[in-house]
Structures are given as C-alpha cells and as structure tokens.
Ligand binder design. Structure first.
Ligand code: FES
Length: 176
C-alpha cells in the first residue's frame, strides 16, 4: 500500500511536472511566434528597401543589337506587412550578347521620363530639353550628369536588372 501510495505520488508529481514544463514551453513558443511580427516591424523599411533584388528583363536573344530598346523590370519593396511590386520601363543597349548597358528611365535633372529619338540617335528629355548621347553622356541641357546606369547580370540567356533610384539634380550618381 505504501509503495502504491508512493508510486501514485510520484506519478502525480511527474504528471504535474510534465504539465508545468509543457505549459512553460507552450508559453515560450507562443511568445516567440508573437515576437516575429514585432521584430519584423522593428526592422526599418529603409533597410528593407535596400534588400531589393534583380528581376528578369528579357531573353538576351530577343533584345535587338545596336540601338536602345525599352525593357520592363520589376522592383519590390516591403513596407511593414505590405509587399509592393512596381514595373518600370528601362532603356537597354545591347552591344553584344555579353555586353548590355541599361539606363534608368529617370532623367537625372529633375526626374522626367526621356525618350530615344532614332532619327537623331539621341535621348531627349521633354521637360527642360536635356539631350543625351547613346552612351548616356550629356550632349546639352540642364542635366548635371550622364544617364544613370542600373546593375545588370546575365544568367544563361536571361538578362537581369536591379531597379535603383538616384538623387536628382546633382552631378554625382548617389543611390537613394
Ligand atoms: S527633367 Fe529632364 S531636363 Fe529636366
């Protein structure tokens, strides 16, 4: 009888002990799970916007060689819990299958969209008249610097471009 009582006591103890450990573990796991969104919100959106990545811009074989063409690339930014994806038309100039330069479509003067004039073989900005050569250099107008190039990489037959933005109206290319 004594032994039985002892066993019963020990079994109650271990059951209680188990329940205690179980509830503490459950509370810890819940705390961790609840903490993840809080941590997520603490990380600055500015830091996250720097975590952008390359997006597919097109098959190299489909990009004509010689003169600038428009390609579409995506950029994604995460602000708190919202994922935001935007599409951008960039200008690409393919000199060869391994040499493709991509320009941001934003005029470095004050941010208008510029166009390629195939007759004059130059980029022209309609806002204040800046003119750029095919290699992006300023020919005339108020633009303080060349067109901004974007990072590119080639994997297989695919061109990838990373969307970036730069400060406007200054003579240096400074990433925002
Ligand atoms: S914004 Fe392009 S010339 Fe001013």
């Amino acid at each position: 009888m004594k032994e039985e009582g002892g066993l019963k006591g020990s079994s109650q103890f271990s059951r209680r002990g188990f329940l205690k450990i179980f509830s503490v573990s459950l509370a810890s796991i819940s705390g961790l799970l609840l903490g993840i969104p809080a941590l997520d919100a603490i990380i600055s959106p500015a830091l996250k916007s720097r975590l952008t990545s390359f997006s597919k811009a097109g098959k190299i074989g489909n990009i004509p060689e010689g003169s600038p063409v428009r390609l579409t690339v995506a950029s994604s930014a995460k602000d708190a819990y919202l994922n935001d994806t935007e599409m951008h038309n960039v200008w690409a100039i393919k000199k060869s299958n391994s040499d493709i330069e991509v320009f941001s479509p934003i005029c470095p003067h004050l941010g208008c969209s510029y166009n390629w004039d195939p007759q004059k073989s130059q980029f022209e900005c309609p806002c204040h008249g800046s003119v750029f050569a095919e290699n992006g250099k300023v020919i005339s107008g108020p633009a303080p610097r060349s067109l901004d190039t974007l990072p590119t990489k080639i994997e297989g037959d695919e061109l990838y471009v990373e969307w970036e933005k730069f400060q406007l109206g200054i003579n240096k290319k400074v990433k925002i």
